[in-house]
Every structure is written in C-alpha cells, then in structure tokens.
Design a binder for this molecule. Structure first.
Ligand code: AMP
Ligand code: MG
Length: 327
C-alpha cells in the first residue's frame, strides 16, 4: 500500500471518502495523531489493530464532533458528563461512559463501556461531522512512542495506511486524560494535560473536603507503551545525569540528555535535546525528542520533573518510556 502525506485541509474530502468506505485515515489532534476508522464499522476498526499490531484487548477511544454525538455512541449519560463537556470539550479529556448498541465489540474490547473524546482540532472535527464518529488510538506501531507529527506517523505506518492528514505539530503532545464515570465514583484511568485538580470542581469535589478523584489502571496501561528503541533512563538530578553521561562516553557509547533549558548551564557542552522552558513545553516536545534521540544516540537520559498535576502526568509517560529505569 502506498502511504501519502497530504495537508490536512487539502486532504479532507479524500479522508471523508476513505472513512465512509471503511478505510483507515490518520488525522491530527491536539494531543497526538490518531489512526481512525468508522466507529460503527467493526470490519473497518479491525484494520486499526492490524496496522498498529495492537492487542485486541486494548479498547479504542471514539472521537466525536459535538457534545450531542455522545448520545449516539454512549447511553445513560450522567449529568456530570455535560458539566465536564461544557468546560473541557473540545479538549484533552476522554470520558468513559456506558456504550450504546451501535458501537461494535471490537471498539470496546468486548466491554460494555466506551471512551469518548472531542478533539480540539477543526480538521478532525470536520472529518467526523462529515462521516461518522471515529474510533482511533494513537497512530504509532504498538509499543512505540506516540506520534506528534505526520513524519513520526510515516516512520511507523508507511505502507500500512493509505492517507496521513498533516496538521503540523500536536500542541499538547501527550495522550488525553481518561476519566471513568461508570464505576460509582469518578476515576482517572490515565493522567494527562487535564488534571484531577482541574476536574474536581466539575465533579462536585472541593479541595480539602477529603473527597478525591480515584486513580486506577486503564486496560491499555498494562502494556509497555511509549518506549523508544534506544536504552533510556530518567534523572531527577542534573549533576547525576551529567556524571552518568560522562561514564557512557568513557564506555564508548553515545549518550544524549533530554532536559529543559533551566539546566543548560549545569550540563555544559554535553549533547542535549531541549525540552523547552516549562512543563507545557516539556509535554509538547518530549515524544518528538525521544524519537529524534533514538535515531542517533545509544543512551537517552530524560529529566525527571517533580511535582503534581501536569508534571506528574508527563512523568507517567517518561517512566514508561524509560521502563522505570533511573540514574
Ligand atoms: P490510545 O488512544 O492508543 O492512547 O489508547 C486509548 C486508551 O484509552 C487506552 O489506554 C485504553 O485502555 C483507554 N480506553 C479506551 N476505551 C476504554 C474503556 N472503555 N474503558 C477504559 N479505558 C479505555
Ligand atoms: Mg497509544
């Protein structure tokens, strides 16, 4: 199969036809690129699992173009969903709801719940509104780092998908927050740019009340996602990272540091890929930096951010990328 990369706006008509014909389309979102198919068409959705090499027991997120679309793909929707939608949709929040009968089992890995998200990308929403709700995981080969540019997708899926809509770099840079509303009290299954602190007021939870949003594991989180092909470590301390780097050099390896600019002076002339100036820059650029690093270097040393909220969300992904290894 020939894979073409086309400007997102210019390729939109063709993408709509492909989705309507039960084919795959890669499309940009603000989180990471998605590999989509008509969410109502089980045969089309099966192609996603094939193209990615994704285990069948890992369910997909269904992408919608408007809040009212949620009623097509889910049922028994609680009021709190609408409160959250008003504030966070479109955006980097996925909500798990009871699934409607229209959604085939292959989308939900046989479960009776469906994950729903409205992406904050105009082309993505137009693609959906002109075709169907679109089931889509991240557009990487299973177990690799999620793609935040069309070139990343091409590296992983060339020859496996007909069309990649190129919408430039994803602004957010890591996958959405997944919030489960189907299990009594709200539970965050996967942390992301939308944090527990941001969600709490809309869930009727006041800080300091003792009531908190629970955390649990998303079905997909058991897999070693996000891993680069080179050996990788996290480092809480720039001085220790520099020491480890120097030892790698002595051993004849080629290391690289993925650090924010505030550590530039400490790290000196050692090779570094910048993760920008703050947490949001770090989130935006870390996947791209991992993909760049694995092509040229033997050892990747990533800055470990401290703190709650977005820092903790992005560290959730970094710790997966480094397989829990620290220096
Ligand atoms: P990806 O889009 O590749 O990041 O994968 C989608 C993520 O959403 C995975 O971690 C899934 O486990 C999670 N997910 C999708 N559907 C559900 C669901 N019905 N219940 C819980 N988690 C889900
Ligand atoms: Mg993924």
């Amino acid at each position: 199969m020939i894979t073409r990369i086309v400007n997102a706006q210019e390729g939109l008509d063709e993408a709509v036809s492909l989705i309507k014909n039960g084919e795959l389309v890669v499309f940009p979102t603000e989180t990471v690129y998605g590999l989509g198919a008509n969410a109502y068409d089980g045969e089309a959705v099966r192609k996603i699992f094939e193209a990615k090499g994704r285990p069948q027991d890992n369910p997909l997120i269904v992408h919608i173009a408007s809040v009212s679309d949620a009623e097509k793909v889910a049922c028994d929707i609680p009021d709190v969903f609408y409160a959250l939608a008003e504030k966070f949709m479109p955006g980097a929040l996925t909500v798990v709801l009871p699934k409607s009968d229209l959604i085939p089992d292959v989308v939900t890995a046989g479960g009776n719940t469906v994950a729903v998200r409205m992406p904050d990308n105009a082309v993505a929403r137009e693609l959906i509104s002109r075709s169907f709700p679109i089931a889509a995981p991240s557009a990487n080969r299973s177990k690799h780092v999620s793609p935040t540019s069309a070139a990343h997708v091409y590296d992983d899926l060339n020859g496996r998908v007909p069309l990649i809509l190129d919408g430039g770099e994803c602004e957010v840079g890591i996958e959405s927050t997944v919030l489960d509303l189907t299990s009594g009290s709200p539970v965050i299954l996967r942390p992301g740019a939308v944090t527990a602190e941001m969600l709490a007021p809309y869930l009727g939870i006041t800080p300091g009340s003792g009531k908190v949003i629970g955390t649990a594991k998303s079905p997909g989180m058991k897999y070693e996602h996000y891993a680069p092909t080179a050996e990788a470590y996290a480092a809480e301390d720039a001085a220790r990272a520099a020491e480890f780097y120097d030892r790698c050099v002595q051993e004849g390896k080629r290391p690289v540091l993925l650090f924010t600019d505030c550590h530039a002076a400490e790290l000196g002339a050692r090779e570094r890929i910048s993760l920008g100036a703050d947490v949001d820059d770090f989130m935006h650029s870390v996947y791209s930096a991992l993909r760049t690093a694995e092509k040229t270097y033997d050892v990747i040393i990533v800055e470990a951010l401290k703190g709650e909220g977005r820092a903790a969300s992005v560290m959730n992904r970094v710790m997966k990328a480094v397989g829990g290894k620290t220096v």
